[in-house]
Design a protein around this ligand. Structure first.
Ligand SMILES: Nc1ncnc2c1ncn2[C@@H]1O[C@H](COP(=O)(O)OP(=O)(O)O)[C@@H](O)[C@H]1O
Ligand SMILES: [Mg+2]
Length: 390
């Protein structure tokens, strides 16, 4: 991840020091300057000094006894350093303050006390939006698959979607983020390494090391397998940020099977994702869970990237799709047919339905892959040298 430069404005000395430590602790950003005073006018020397550091982000602490000065500073900095993203740190208990800060030009309002994870998520959101098509079009797209509840079909969709993307576009990776990984089983692979190896070797992770950690499926799909025993290592969210930053440099598409994992790693990867597919069944319990999951993963960011995929779909009398979409706050993007025999046999044999010729379910998943990448026609024409596949 490109390192972001950060300017810190906080009148309180302790808070300034804390923010600096937290920013540097994300390991994707670094404090380049800090100021104990808030600028009072456009001519204030602190503005000129800050401009000299060309910060990507300006972090402003809104102290309870200095709200007016902090909001004035936001306005001035927004006007004088339009290329810097303004993040405010303040209390969440005063909605009017949050609205005023946003109106003055704040891009992210982060609760105080702040954590490294809160800041990291905000930094990742910033880099992800700056990376929209056209700016760094050679970077791959991430699709994250989570289930509304265990057994909804997240792994089945992730594995088959990854195979479909690989067959259409090549250069696709499948990352198994589940606490206990099933992707390798679905693909009949016996990985020598797992995501834990990649995360513990981040300091020297380049394309060839990453390649050696991945299991190679005979259709060309590369798989970063999940742990086969629940692992004790708890990588930090910034470790995941670094891993994915390396991966988007090497693959066109990265499908992430998060299954039921709901923690800071899944939140972080969701923030990096082009789309987060919530796999649910069309029943009350499943849809209720889907709403909760979306809320957990997307409460502070852009919910428009969430979409529902109704798996094992059958027309059910009384099921109202529009009401469901409104309740969950995400559109129904796709419906995958219910083919229990074909799917369970495919999992048992380790030969996914996408590999078994045309069927209703393979057509549905190919359609989903095409739909998700319909704007990426140029991708097909790009020649890729890394991890070239057949
Ligand atoms: N489209 C489908 N039709 C029928 N059965 C399905 C379908 N998708 C998944 N299944 C079944 O649901 C079970 C759970 O799927 P899995 O992908 O492991 O879910 P998750 O990863 O969400 O826990 C599988 O054993 C499979 O047999
Ligand atoms: Mg699963």
């Amino acid at each position: 991840m490109p390192e972001l430069s950060v300017a810190v404005f906080a009148t309180d000395q302790d808070q300034r020091a804390v923010l600096q430590v937290l920013v540097d602790g994300t390991s994707v950003a670094q404090t380049v300057c800090s100021s104990p005073t808030m600028p009072l006018a456009a001519t204030d020397p602190v503005i000129r000094r800050t401009r000299g550091f060309a910060p990507d982000v300006i972090l402003i602490d809104i102290a309870s006894d200095g709200v007016t000065a902090a909001l004035r500073a936001v306005e001035l900095l927004h006007q004088e350093l339009p290329d810097a993203a303004l993040f405010a740190i303040g209390p969440m208990t005063q909605p009017q303050l949050i609205v005023s800060a946003m109106r003055a030009g704040v891009r992210e309002y982060i609760e105080r006390p702040t954590t490294t994870t809160d800041l990291l998520e905000a930094f990742v959101r910033l880099t992800a939006t700056r990376r929209k098509p056209g700016r760094e079009s050679s970077r791959g797209k991430v699709f994250t698959i989570v289930n509304a509840k265990g057994g909804s079909g997240a792994t089945t969709v992730a594995v088959n979607l990854a195979l479909a993307l690989q067959s259409i576009h090549h250069a696709t990776a499948l990352v198994d983020l589940a606490p206990l990984g099933h992707c390798a089983l679905h693909l009949n692979l016996k990985p020598a390494f797992t995501i834990s190896d990649a995360l513990t070797n981040l300091h020297r992770l380049d394309s060839s090391l990453l390649d050696s950690f991945m299991a190679h499926h005979d259709r060309g799909l590369q798989v970063l397998a999940g742990p086969s025993i629940p692992t004790a290592i708890e990588p930090s969210a910034s470790d995941f940020a670094r891993l994915f930053d390396t991966m988007v440099g090497h693959f066109h598409y990265i499908v992430v099977d998060a299954s039921s994992r709901l923690d800071s790693a899944t939140r972080l990867v969701s923030n990096l994702s082009e789309k987060i597919l919530l796999i649910a069944h069309a029943d009350v319990a499943s849809l209720w869970s889907a709403g909760r999951v979306a809320q957990y993963l997307g409460d502070s960011g852009s919910r428009d990237r969430f979409a529902l995929v109704l798996n094992r779909y059958r027309k059910v009398a009384g099921f109202n799709e529009a009401e469901t979409e409104a309740a969950i706050g995400a559109p129904v993007l796709w419906r995958i047919p219910n083919q229990y025999f074909a799917v369970s046999a495919a999992i048992d044999r380790g030969v996914p339905v996408m590999q078994q010729g045309a069927s209703d379910i393979s057509r549905s998943i190919s359609g989903l892959a095409e739909y998700l990448t319909k704007d990426d026609l140029e991708v097909k024409r790009t020649a890729w040298s890394l991890f070239k596949t057949v």
